[in-house]
Design a protein around this ligand. Sequence first.
Ligand code: GSH
Length: 225
Amino acid sequence: MASDSEAMSRPANLTLYSYCWSSCAHRVRIALNLKGLEYEYKAVNLSKGDQFDPEFEKINPLKFVPALVDGDVVVADSLAIILYLEDKYPQHPLLPQDLKKKAVNLQVASIVSSSIQPLQSFFARQFFEKRISLDEKLTWSQNHVNKGFAAIEKLIKEIAGKYATGDEVQLADVFLAPQIFAGVARFQIDMSLYPTLARLNEAYAELPAFQAALPHRQPDAPSTS
Ligand SMILES: N[C@@H](CCC(=O)N[C@@H](CS)C(=O)NCC(=O)O)C(=O)O
């Protein structure tokens, strides 16, 4: 049987189940790019209901993207996937040694994935579809995104450097970039209310790992022609 270090030195055999517009999959795409890991992209079209396909359900019983297959390891949920990648592929570490900074990184990731995204998710918006008006739906999403962004702005404004918790791109950045993208593109969030986050967003736009993870750069993005 191969030891963990032998397994780590082999080229990765990764498949990512993703949807171009999914902010949760977007986080994993950034992490994979930062770690320089190539992967096969398998599109799960959420608007067509591909997540309910029994074959996909075998990969993720919760019927959500993202899910990652790495050889015989199958992991779903963006935070679990990224922490798995962090252990297995330590290049470009996403969690700092400094415990205070590490805690802030985990807190930001958790705020985005537990206290913002689920409340403005595809699933929540579909549930509201015929129950409340379009304006009410937008206000609901905006309230939750604004609440989360206001908290994160306060949490990081004193410790931010070029990126959220210093001058290295870390876990907080991997979670923030897709949420800010969705906040602006889908929910018309006024980023001038959050000067630190707005500045970080400009810094992310310069990074190839972040650029390549953008929704319109994915194989399942609608063609613009
Ligand atoms: N906590 C999960 C949430 C996953 C999630 O909500 N995925 C959404 C796309 S961002 C999804 O697949 N929705 C499908 C549906 O609502 O039917 C994660 O971070 O991966």
